[in-house]
Design a protein. Sequence first.
Length: 399
Amino acid sequence: MSFANPTHLRIGMHGNFGGKDYRVLGRVVMGETEGGETYYWSEFNLQSNDGGYADLVYEETERGGEWRLFTMFEPEYPMTAADAATKRVGDLVNLTGEDVRITLCSKSRVYYIEGKAPEGVEVGDVANYFNALAGEEMQVVSWTGEDVEYYNGVNIPQSVVATAFKLPRASEVQRFSGTGSSWLSGNDEHYDGAVKFLLKFALLIFFFFIFFGRHFSWSFTQEASPVKKTYAGGAPLKVGATGNLLARDYHVAAHAVMDIAEVGAHFERHEYQLTNDDGQVALLVCGLSPDDKDWQLFEPLMVVPLPPPQYCASKKTGDRVEFGGLTGTVRGLFLATVRQVDGAPPADWQLGEMRFGFTAPGEPAILLARWNGAGVSLERGTIISAKTAAAALAPPAKP
């Protein structure tokens, strides 16, 4: 196994995040073993000009290279190493006043150190840890012996890293165009035009502050109060069920739990893909908000040509939009992330898939726009009583 640096970051480089200068002190190659196979990632030890520290993590995934920035924090409700060792995937933990769900429990080992590692880190060290999702941030609890440490992590788009450190090649620049499962990943082997790149970068920063600005501190020294997340209950429908909605026979082909982040709100909701015998597809959303008593049935809206992602991203609450002769008023932007999938999901329902969107209620339909770097989808929706829809698609009673 080669522990060569897979990125353009080098020891001694300086990067600027939110007006604060950080210097790369060293790189640590970490790894964990699953199913007899070990995979590795690099952690860059950063020191700010005011003496603070952060870890910039680079990991190769199926979606390409991904970056995350981790900073230590002091929890409101700490736990002992013995408590941490009892946690399992799916358990809820509360470190900062908000319940978060554990998504991974594992052990990591230090395989290689280049330059200066964080204090106390040596080759061969083994640590237990678990990850828990807190919206689009990750909380990590790591312990060795009786010592327990807590970290907040946030995804950092490649373009932000490239700009912060003035990396010389576009391979470190985030890929917005082309196909793929996420606008947060992918490598581009060609240079973007300067104007085109700046427009894309400005769009990314706009969204970054909209969705994370109230929950992420650029100073890395204090935590903002998190928005309380509302979790989805049990799935109200079963994959494979059939029924009739709006005079059409449908089959429940797939189910997803979507994590929805809006300004000032964070919740999960159930969504279902429905198909009929003619191959037509519909989207059944079990409430656009946690207190929504009605469901919405969305069908594709054929618009040629489709608007570009930049057009949808430019809209704000209260703006009027018109698609395919239908008009509506934008209610607000959201970020949807696929957290759980059952059945035979469509291509854009892969775990971790992220798309921006907005709803625009109007007459006679609700408009739904969703987009990422791969393009835009538009749908028109009809409100359906939750009770009516659940009853129509409920499995038949056993004789």
